[in-house]
Design a protein around this ligand. Structure first.
Ligand code: ZN
Length: 152
């Protein structure tokens, strides 16, 4: 169970979580084997990340004979959601559009992906606003540093 809703999973820990999400349950050996192949991580490295995830409450442990079985305590969908929410919480509202455009510009996309994005953009047009209001704390954003400066 999660103690608090803000669970921060590092890039390396994500690699471990993805193995567990894919397999539903995994022993440390299974996780180690996948990441040794994929990332060339030593068993001790992978074990460290597993230990941290258990401590954080992201993985459940269950003893099975001499082995431990790991299952995910957080779903992949929920974790992706908080990853996305986290990204947009770190930037000024006025910079969200540009950030999304940059993400799209850097991504490798299929024709289907692009069709999906076009569909989303078309539907966003219906509710588009004229002006995005900055929601930042003063001092954490240029918008409020200079009152003469418009952030949009
Ligand atoms: Zn701002």
């Amino acid at each position: 169970m999660l103690k608090e809703e803000k669970l921060e999973i590092t890039d390396s820990e994500w690699e471990v979580m993805r193995v567990v999400w894919t397999r539903k349950k995994a022993t440390s050996k299974e996780i180690i084997d996948v990441l040794q192949d994929k990332k060339d991580w030593k068993p001790a490295t992978t074990k460290t990340f597993i230990g941290r995830l258990v401590k954080k409450g992201a993985l459940n442990t269950e003893a099975s004979g001499k082995k431990f079985i790991y299952t995910a305590a957080v779903s992949e969908g929920e974790s992706l959601k908080s990853l996305k929410a986290g990204l947009f919480n770190h930037i000024c509202n006025t910079a969200v559009g540009k950030t999304i455009a940059d993400l799209i510009a850097e991504a490798t996309l299929s024709h289907d992906d692009i069709a999906m994005l076009e569909e989303v953009l078309q539907s966003k047009k219906k509710n588009a606003v004229d002006l995005i209001v900055c929601n930042c704390v003063p001092g954490q954003c240029h918008c409020k540093e200079n009152l003469d400066m418009d952030c949009h």
